[in-house]
Design a protein around this ligand. Structure first.
Ligand SMILES: Cc1ncc(C[n+]2csc(CCOP(=O)(O)OP(=O)(O)O)c2C)c(N)n1
Length: 309
């Protein structure tokens, strides 16, 4: 979680200072979801991500150097600088891709889940998506097929209450996205997305069901993004109140977990602080590596764009 937070804080500064091109959708505030889900997955389990995808890749084992290099569009990035923030992927750790198309991840995860079942492996595919994406047809088609064929897929809805600048109440008539699971014949589970342990426990049950042939689960984690839809300051649209943001920040998932670990004697506050310092060094090294890396050359433009046998 700390790795995600610091990666994103630094990435946000780079975007706001115009050092990284394009739009970054930061994951700050939602760290407990990526961490609590991913700790249940193996390296060869697959995930699909969203436009807000850095946190998912970090939690799946992405390294800072090739991640920052990808954001900078450099040839040392995971996608050789051609994917950027919204299409970053790393198949070596089962991260099948962030995706700029809202709702495009679930059908890809269903394909991976079908492959896992067909090949008889015990791999699980998890697809992350937002409350907004749960209105897309692609999500519904994927959910139907995954349940019908009892595929080992986790549908992980990160309900942060907004699709861009539209509140959930203004984009769907339901409060709980998990209710949609019943329409497809799979369990729908709701848990506190600011509590890493609650996310871990809900996911553990769904993973066990998927690995043992019990089929998919729709997991809904109630969470919140601390920054704007894009970047840190964003576009200054008045779509949520300062009071609302402040109330959610009081439930910062990292602070909550560190307090819990300290009270249980698992990790002291000093040890936790040392983790933050170590990660800050990693981030600085990652950014320096990225800035020193070359851009892809024009003759590399069409390389790796299509798969060639
Ligand atoms: C198919 C499609 N429609 C619209 C957009 C524009 N868009 C980008 S992000 C976004 C909101 C997505 O909301 P949600 O799924 O809740 O994810 P969140 O941003 O809250 O993480 C929209 C509408 C898009 N990228 N793709």
């Amino acid at each position: 979680m700390v790795r995600i937070r610091i990666f994103e804080e630094e990435a946000g500064k780079l975007m706001e200072n115009g050092k990284v091109p394009g739009a970054l959708h930061l994951y700050v505030g939602q760290e407990a979801v990526a961490a609590g889900v991913m700790v249940n997955l193996n390296d060869d389990d697959q995930i699909t991500s969203t436009h807000r995808g850095h946190g998912h890749l970090v939690a799946k084992g992405g390294e800072f150097k090739p991640m920052y290099a990808e954001l900078f569009g450099r040839s040392t990035g995971y996608c050789k600088g051609k994917g950027g923030s919204m299409h970053i992927s790393n198949l070596d750790v089962g991260m099948l891709g962030a995706n700029g198309i809202v709702g495009a991840g679930p059908p890809i995860a269903v394909g991976a889940g079908f492959s896992n079942k067909y090949r008889g492996t015990k791999q699980v595919a998890a697809t992350f998506f937002g409350d907004g994406a749960s209105n897309e047809g692609a999500f519904h088609e994927a959910a139907n097929m995954a349940a019908l064929y009892k595929l080992p897929v986790l549908f992980v809805c990160e309900n942060n209450g907004y699709g861009e600048y539209t509140s959930q109440a203004n984009h769907q008539a339901i409060k709980d996205v998990a209710d949609r699971a019943a329409g497809y014949g799979m369990p729908g589970v709701i848990a506190d997305g600011m509590d890493a342990v609650a996310v871990y426990e809900a996911t553990a049950e769904a993973v066990a069901r998927a690995r043992s042939g019990g089929g998919p689960t729709l997991l809904e984690f109630k969470t919140y993004r601390f920054y704007d839809h894009v970047g840190v300051r964003g576009m200054g649209m008045a779509y949520r109140t300062d009071e609302e943001v402040a109330a959610w920040k009081k439930r910062d998932p990292i602070v909550l977990l560190e307090e819990r670990m300290a009270s249980l004697g698992v990790m002291s506050r000093e040890e936790a602080k040392a983790v933050h310092e170590r990660v800050k060094t990693d981030a600085a090294e990652g950014i320096a590596f990225a800035e020193a890396s070359p851009f892809p050359t024009p003759d590399q433009l069409t390389e790796d764009v299509y798969y060639v046998r």
